[in-house]
Design a protein around this ligand. Structure first.
Ligand code: CP
Ligand code: NVA
Length: 313
């Protein structure tokens, strides 16, 4: 059975660690991995826009010697799934042509259908529920800044409970990080994900919890993290989301409450003046472009492991 990355939960703590160690080696010496995926084809199925994810997967596959196929689901050049072909048929057909499927879409059930009915590894490149590749790149960035032992450090996510929040909540226990989600009461993270993350945190000796006051959440945090207030697919609710989140802008005052060596993180695209001020996004504590770069390295490591070019242990 192929391995998948449908959610961060697909990775045991040991596998999470292995993936990040490999990503660090891939980043330090990319030429050592240049032909590792020679002859392999990777389908990139995208039902939503993307800059970082699309380009880092396309470049990553090419750098490993493989061939990426960018397959949008919309428009005249789109896959038939975009006009109703069932995901399970798409899974079976694509599995006969390619060695892995990376998919960005709306429902998590579409990712699960590809994994269930296909014969090749499936990677979640963002759904409404989770963005695991983002959290992997983020933990690599955090380790680069603070070292591998993150025990006692806190990541404070300031914004709506969403796909990025969920991935970070699940990554925290695996990384040894405490995670606080500072969100409006009306925009909480998924209760199911929160329960799961709490169980995993209890086992790992870390904490995951929700706090509505952003000032209390960021106090002494090593990482202050924000995401767009309006996720892809939520455009119709933009006004109401902005109203609920008006008190959650990360500004210099909020950053001053965090730890002295705190970093500011954002998965991008970022809206200066909404979820964070320009002075924070472009300021000395910001690592947003390192995060964007690290997507490339972790995804290369992920594909090497999923396609069997490197061992999991
Ligand atoms: N952070 C992220 O996934 O960016 P894109 O939407 O540009 O891929
Ligand atoms: N929460 C955002 C993340 C974008 C990378 C969205 O889903 O649009």
């Amino acid at each position: 059975m192929p391995r998948h990355l449908r959610t961060i939960r697909d990775l045991s703590p040991a596998e999470f660690d292995r993936l990040l160690s490999l990503a660090r080696r891939v980043k330090a010496d990319p030429s050592a991995y240049r032909a590792k995926l020679a002859g392999k084809k990777v389908a990139l199925v995208f039902a939503k826009p993307s800059t970082r994810t699309r380009v880092s997967f396309e470049v990553g596959v090419a750098e490993l010697g493989g061939q990426p196929l960018f397959l949008p689901t919309g428009g005249p050049a789109g896959l038939q799934v975009g006009r109703g072909e069932p995901p399970h048929d798409t899974a079976k057909v694509l599995s006969r042509y390619v060695d892995a499927i990376v998919i960005r879409t709306f429902g998590q059930d579409e990712v699960d259908a590809l994994a269930e009915h296909g014969r090749v590894p499936v990677v979640n490149a963002l759904t409404d529920s989770e963005h695991p590749c983002q959290a992997l790149g983020d933990v690599l960035t955090i380790r680069e800044r603070f070292g591998d032992d993150l025990r006692g450090r806190t990541l404070a996510f300031v914004g709506p409970g969403n796909n990025v929040t969920h991935a970070l909540m699940l990554a925290g226990p695996r990384a040894g990080l405490d995670v606080i989600v500072a969100c409006p009461e009306l925009l909480p993270p998924s209760h199911v994900v929160l329960e799961r993350a709490r169980e995993e945190a209890a086992r790992a000796g870390t904490r995951v919890y929700v706090e509505h006051d952003p000032r209390r959440a960021v106090k002494d945090a090593s990482i202050v993290y924000s995401d767009t207030w309006v996720s892809m697919g939520q455009e119709r609710d933009a006004e109401s989301l902005r109203a609920k989140l008006a008190a959650y802008t990360v500004d210099d005052d909020l950053m001053s409450i965090a730890a002295r060596d705190a970093i500011f993180m954002h998965c991008m695209p970022v809206h200066r003046g909404e979820e964070a001020t320009a002075s924070v996004v472009d300021g000395p504590q910001s690592v947003v472009f390192d995060q964007a770069e690290n997507r490339l390295h972790v995804q290369k490591a992920l594909l090497l492991l999923l396609l069997g070019a490197e061992p999991w242990t």
